[in-house]
Unconditional design. Structure first.
Length: 435
């Protein structure tokens, strides 16, 4: 009886085969490597968040400067500039994500790895090494019996093969006239010996197989015990990784941040500020037909006065002149606003200036007896429609919505005199409305 030689090889590998437990041991080492990989994973994502925040801020800064120099105006310009606040705030959100990924999530992985894996001097971790030694101890007795059974099986197969060869030679000799009786006898004796060897090796093979199978239960028990330890260790790792992924999700899920709806509600309110009617009115006032015009008028030549143009801010508007006095002339503004009046003030040579502004509080106090004689009145409340920054020392500055007093009505060039915070000064008439 003969068996094909290829039956010696297993059809497929299973956990119970020799050394197949190494896949389970390697899983433990892979767990350590995955901790290191996840730390890299988080570092790279944190770098992306940081770079994104940096680019958002740079983008916002670039376009803020562009809108300042661009052609947009009034509320539309204001809306465009304020819309960039969203980018700055979202950049801060992504910087916070970066910090949490590194300080919370990555740190938790590092701490867990140090608590559960102990490195070896030669590489790998002690936990994997321990599992490997336990598997070897559990498999060693069974492996010896398996090795013995496989040798007996091989001997039996070899005896079967030799028996088949001897039988073929004996049969061929019977059909041949060239074989002598002595040769025939030897062939018959050889065939008989091979038959006895087959029976002997068969018995030994079966006995070794019975011994192996008798130890299978113990083998399964020992291997299962070690395997359960590896499963428990892996379960702990998998549960931690799930917890870590929840933390990762918490960092990235900006939909749960209270500030996100606030940022975009504010953006929506910023867009609501844009008002085409106000923008068109602004354009008409400062670029169109509603602009005040100082139409040319006849001016008599006056020899007893000389003209001094205003220079820089902070310079005194009063200068002592000759025996006949001094005439002051204002400067035109570069910004869109009504034309500044060329105001003329006569100052006697005997009286020297003590104030930096022609609108000194003592000179134009609405409570003084001379206020009406100078063309001034006690004052009318006005409300600022737009922001205005005074360009000269004798001009008022105010913000949209502020209320102050108009002391003197608009002149031919569109300028009024007012009092704000105890200070007199000029301001453009179409920047305010009467209350």
């Amino acid at each position: 009886m003969s068996m094909p030689e290829d039956t010696l090889a297993p059809v497929s590998e299973t956990f119970w085969d020799l050394d197949f437990y190494k896949h389970t041991v390697k899983r433990t080492e892979d767990g350590l490597n995955m901790c290191n990989e996840m730390m890299k994973f988080l570092q790279e994502r944190a770098d992306i968040e940081k770079e994104y925040a940096k680019r958002l801020k740079a983008w916002a800064k670039k376009w803020n400067e562009s809108f300042d120099r661009g052609p947009e105006y009034a509320t539309n310009k204001q809306t465009l500039k304020r819309s960039l606040d969203e980018a700055d705030k979202m950049a801060d959100v992504h910087l916070e994500i970066k910090d949490r990924l590194l300080n919370e999530v990555q740190t938790s992985i590092k701490d867990w790895k140090n608590e559960n894996y102990k490195k070896q001097m030669v590489g790998g971790c002690k936990e994997a090494r321990s599992f490997e030694e336990d598997f070897k101890r559990a498999q060693k007795p069974w492996a010896k019996r398996l090795e013995k059974m496989l040798k007996c099986k091989k001997d039996y197969y070899l005896a079967c093969k030799q028996e088949k060869t001897a039988n073929n030679q004996e049969n061929n000799a019977r059909n041949s006239s060239d074989v002598s009786p002595d040769q025939m006898k030897k062939l018959q004796e050889r065939s008989e010996k091979c038959r006895r060897d087959v029976e002997t090796t068969r018995v030994v093979y079966k006995q070794s197989l019975e011994e192996l199978n008798a130890y299978n239960a113990r083998y399964v028990t020992d291997m299962t015990e070690v395997f359960k330890k590896t499963q428990e260790f892996e379960e702990k790792r998998l549960k931690f990784f799930k917890k870590f992924l929840y933390s990762y999700h918490s960092c990235l899920d900006i939909s749960q941040k209270k500030m996100i709806p606030e940022i975009y509600n504010q953006l929506h309110q910023t867009i609501d500020i844009s008002d085409s009617a106000k923008d068109l009115k602004w354009w008409s006032l400062y670029r169109g037909i509603d602009m005040a015009m100082a139409w040319p008028a006849y001016e008599e030549y006056v020899t007893e006065f000389h003209s001094i143009s205003r220079k820089e801010k902070g310079k005194s508007s009063y200068v002592s002149g000759g025996s006949d006095g001094v005439m002051l002339t204002a400067v035109q503004k570069g910004e869109p606003q009504p034309n500044r009046p060329a105001s003329v003030t006569t100052v006697p040579t005997q009286q020297h200036a003590t104030s930096s502004s022609p609108f000194d509080e003592d000179e134009f106090d609405e409570g003084s007896g001379d206020s009406k004689s100078n063309g001034y009145k006690l004052g009318v409340k006005v409300k600022a429609l737009y922001d205005y920054d005074g360009q000269e020392g004798d001009e008022l500055s105010f913000k949209a919505g502020e209320i102050f007093l108009k002391i003197k009505d608009r002149d031919d060039q569109g300028w009024c005199t007012g009092r704000k915070d105890g200070r007199l000064g000029l301001y453009p008439d179409n920047y305010v409305e009467d209350i």
